[in-house]
Design a protein around this ligand. Structure first.
Ligand code: PGA
Length: 260
């Protein structure tokens, strides 16, 4: 079953109105110099994730073939939860995607595996599609527990969810995020394959074959093609480079899949 290449841009806590306008202009003006490139942009599903406060603004300016994602949402229905944003509010604003379980939230805001699983279930129940992030720390990698860590994170989601059709799984090794230290294509492929096996054994062959597993962690215009050539790498979640024009080059890495 074909898996459409997926490229997410996680803008994190960055941007002013002016800067956001500039990024969107760059995306909207991404050159389409030949028939081939039209094809490339068609090959990839592109979702950018600005901070909450810019979501309606970005959505109103952004080209219609790209979509937006929130960077988080609340774990249940709205109410007396100061500072939180509910999935219903995202639906109300026409925001189709949300990133959940990002390692920065797991580490800095103490989001547990179970809490992330509950959030994924809540967002899906409201019809929001989810980019669910998993990944090990350097310490966990060095102690040989990478696969156990990402399997436990994925299990906590699987425990709450039966339908994977609207989930993209993002493998983001914590040691590669924002560090410039990208996983090698072999390291990425190894974990992606393990995650696909995990899905096969625990969610079924069809889920394993159709779920996009994307890589995140210091992806840039220079390293994206080699990573995209790996059979189980179905796209990227991009932080720093998603704020720059090279994000377009990363989207174009989708062409690599044409020959796979
Ligand atoms: P990075 O971030 O590309 O800046 O390493 C990736 C992410 O956190 O999603």
């Amino acid at each position: 079953m074909g898996r459409k290449f997926f490229v997410g841009g996680n803008w994190k806590c960055n941007g002013t109105t002016e800067e956001v306008k500039k990024i969107v202009t760059t995306l909207n003006e991404a050159e389409v110099p030949s028939e081939d490139v039209v094809d490339v942009l068609f090959l990839a599903e592109v979702v950018v994730s600005p901070p909450f406060v810019f979501l309606p603004f970005v959505k109103s300016l952004l080209r219609s073939d790209f979509q937006v994602a929130a960077q988080n949402c609340w774990v249940r229905k709205g109410g007396a939860f100061t500072g939180e944003i509910s999935a219903e509010m995202l639906v109300n604003l026409g925001v189709p995607w949300v990133i959940l379980g990002h390692s920065e939230r797991r580490a800095l805001l103490n989001e547990t595996n179970e809490f992330v699983g509950d959030k994924v279930a809540c967002a899906l129940s409201q019809g929001i599609k989810v980019i669910a992030c998993v990944g090990e720390t350097l310490e966990q990698r060095e102690s040989g527990s990478t696969v156990a860590v990402v399997a436990a994170q994925t299990k906590a989601i699987a425990d709450k969810v039966s339908n994977w059709a609207h989930i993209v799984l993002a493998y983001e090794p914590v040691w590669a995020i924002g560090t410039g230290k990208v996983a090698t294509p072999a390291q990425a492929q190894e974990v992606h394959l393990e995650l696909r096996k995990w899905l096969h054994d625990n969610a079924g062959a069809e889920v394993a074959a159709s779920t996009r597993i994307i890589y995140g962690g210091s992806v840039n215009g220079a390293n994206c093609k080699e990573l995209a050539a790996q059979p189980d790498v179905d796209g990227f979640l991009v932080g720093g480079a998603s704020l720059k024009p090279e994000f377009i080059d990363i989207i174009k890495a989708a062409t690599v899949k044409k020959n796979v």
